[in-house]
Design a protein around this ligand. Sequence first.
Ligand code: ATP
Length: 243
Amino acid sequence: MVNIQNLNKAFGRNQVLDNLSLEIDQKGVTAILGPNGSGKTTLIKSILGMVIPDKGAITINGKDIKKDVLYRENLDYLPQIADFPDNLKVKELIKMIKDLRNKPARDETLIRFFGLGPFLDKKFNTLSGGTRQKVNLVLAFMFDSPLIILDEPSSGLDPVSLIRLKEWINREKAQGKIILVTSHIMSFVEEIAENIAFLLDGKIYFNGSLSELKIKTGREDLEHAIAALLLENDHPALVYHES
Ligand SMILES: Nc1ncnc2c1ncn2[C@@H]1O[C@H](COP(=O)(O)OP(=O)(O)OP(=O)(O)O)[C@@H](O)[C@H]1O
């Protein structure tokens, strides 16, 4: 269970997270949604300890993450933009991460699942964007952690790979894991997520099930439900000026 209490984070004068509180105790997928720049990645990185909040507390399974750095042993993360050493082959990269974590890994199963066999001897930085994303997915899923955080996991994937990703996420859900996902692809979110946390202006504007969100906004699909939330709030993300 992830509990976030009164989190504040500013970059200079830009107050990105403004006393944000959120409790994620449901197993399955919670999608963290919000307009560009609303702070989704900042929130995720705060959970990961990669961004240090100005104020507030985060606990995972009741333990304050500031006091227990080992919590990251049981957490896996897919970054929006992965930055790996240049010139490493895919198999060397996977081995490096396995050596660093020193835990049993399901890399072979995942390599087969995402069809990465032919790319193992290629250098990571020479791969196409979608193939790189599949390597990132292998790295994110291979340690079988109970908490998985995926920042834009569908980015760059072709339709077949996207179906595979949804299949894999469903497998993880069936094992009772907590999965946090950000995505701007609402059809993807609608297929995988049970819960929606919607960020606006540094706060959680909506937190509940997908069906509650649709009922609240009177919309049948997530895309229109989100647009209705922004409209309700007269949010600048929906204002278009012709110049
Ligand atoms: N390291 C940083 N230094 C300064 N400003 C930052 C930094 N990281 C994020 N920001 C700012 O914080 C705000 C929120 O950024 P963040 O990446 O968390 O948004 P997001 O909701 O994930 O956006 P997107 O949907 O575009 O990925 C933005 O205005 C961004 O410019």
